[in-house]
Design a protein. Structure first.
Length: 71
């Protein structure tokens, strides 16, 4: 089994297009997998967990959510 690289919080937030505060809120609510604690001041998320989250997250602009022209 391969070890998944750890993505630090700032990079994870950029990858997901959210703020770090939202990243931590999503983790606390269970929406996002828990981070891995690497040391007293070092943590991050497994790259594989973030990839899985992205793959299953709803996307804006999918059919049925787009606004029509009204004609």
């Amino acid at each position: 089994m391969a070890v998944s690289p750890i993505i630090r919080p700032a990079q994870a937030a950029r990858l997901l297009g959210i703020s770090r505060a939202t990243l931590y809120r999503w983790e606390a609510s269970g929406r996002l997998a828990p981070r891995v604690i690497l040391g007293p001041n070092t943590s991050g998320w497994r790259e594989s967990d973030l990839e899985a989250f992205i793959a299953t997250a709803p996307r804006a602009g999918r059919e049925g959510t787009e606004q029509g022209s009204g004609t």
